[in-house]
Design a protein around this ligand. Structure first.
Ligand SMILES: *Cc1c(COP(=O)(O)O)cnc(C)c1O
Length: 366
């Protein structure tokens, strides 16, 4: 391997914008308390694991995944309440589906638009796929700025609008009337990304048949199956048929399909975990809000955004927690609206207590 030669060729060959980027940060697995990635803190019960093991044992790993995913689709429709009129597309995580949408809709330079800050991958996928990303700033208190959204839609005529409902990393669930106004104004496709729907108790899914301009995107990552890599897109079958054309063949591997079908036979287990996290969210929010200098934003997800405006600020608190082996996500430098903000996943009651204890200590000993 001649490094000098590689460096020269890379500079001449790889896109400038890609060379200037940092890869999507995936922190190394660490022991301690992991509250940085909206994972479900609960493992699956043994009975479910046994069913998964049996299902996986019977997969034909020597064969490509079957093209016919009707049985899987039936299970997904039943488990997640997909309207019978809607078509379904499956992805290797919903991240992949975000790419497929941009690839199918956008010519180089076409606009993808989203309120901002929101899910970073909307921006990344748009740029990788040669689209132009426009982020419309939230208000100072991190709410949707509807007049600014409508103005930006009118000005940029986006091919695709992404709305995370609730929004990551801020946690807010945009009001139905505002979302409807965006649906009415958008000239192209509106993607309603309901990654956190199980914690919000709110969905657009049943209204989908009356919304020819919208698709609903979901994932199982936040309800205890982040390692499985499975997302689904529901929408008018004609939209789905277009996105299916740019889907890499065999994007959904046989192990994921087999394990998912086994887990969905135990759907109440997943629902119970989500209900637990939803119930534990408000006590954690109250505990955080009681700390000096901390503002907590109202959240409909399995996480909370908290601003540490006192001393020490967000960066120092993030570091002090890390020293204590408690991982949260630092957004301090990500966007001016998120100065001193940390995003904290709701953990088990023990983890939440440990976090609050550590924060009390960090904020009082300064
Ligand atoms: C986590 C997240 C996703 C990505 O989920 P995967 O299925 O794990 O790729 C999509 N959208 C939003 C808003 C998210 O926060």
């Amino acid at each position: 391997m001649n490094a000098d030669t590689a460096a020269g060729r890379i500079a001449a060959t790889v896109r400038d914008d890609i060379r200037a980027l940092a890869a999507y940060p995936v922190p190394p697995a660490a022991d301690g308390i992991k509250l940085d990635a909206m994972e479900c803190p609960y493992g699956l019960p043994d009975a479910v694991r046994d069913d998964i093991a049996r299902a996986v044992r019977n997969t034909a790993l020597n064969r490509y995944p079957p093209g016919d995913t009707a049985a899987l689709a039936d299970d997904v429709r039943r488990a997640f309440g997909i309207p019978p009129q809607a078509g379904l597309l499956f992805g290797n995580g919903s991240d992949e589906l975000i790419h497929l949408i941009v690839q199918a809709c956008c010519q180089p330079g076409d606009t993808v638009l989203s309120p901002w800050p929101s899910f970073v991958y909307f921006d990344m996928a748009a740029r990788f796929d040669h689209a132009r990303f426009v982020g419309v700033p939230l208000t100072a208190d991190l709410q949707l700025d509807l007049p600014a959204m409508l103005q930006a839609i009118e000005h940029h005529r986006p091919k695709v609008v992404f709305l995370a409902l609730p929004n990551n990393p801020t946690g807010g669930l945009w009001p139905d009337a505002a979302v409807q106004a965006i649906l009415d104004a958008a000239p192209g496709l509106v993607v309603l990304d309901e990654a956190y729907q199980p914690f919000a108790g709110h969905t657009w899914m049943p209204r989908l048949p009356g919304l020819p301009q919208a698709v609903v995107l979901r994932t199982v990552s936040k309800i205890g199956l982040a390692g499985l890599r499975f997302g689904y897109l529901a929408g008018h079958p004609d939209w789905i048929a277009q996105f299916d054309k740019v889907r890499p063949p065999y994007n959904l591997n046989v192990l994921t399909q087999a394990a998912l079908r086994a887990v969905l036979r135990h759907k109440p287990v997943l629902d119970g975990q989500a209900a637990r996290l939803r119930a534990d969210r408000e006590p954690l929010a109250a505990g955080l809000a009681a700390l000096p200098g901390v503002t907590v934003y109202s959240s409909a997800g399995n996480f909370l955004l908290a601003r540490f405006s006192g001393q020490p600020g967000g960066n120092a608190v993030h570091l002090a927690l890390k020293t204590r082996k408690i991982l949260v996500k630092n957004f301090s430098g990500a966007h001016p609206l998120l100065a001193d903000c940390l995003r904290i996943s709701v953990g088990t009651p023990d983890e939440n207590r440990a976090l609050l204890r550590a924060l009390k200590d960090i904020l009082s000993t300064h």
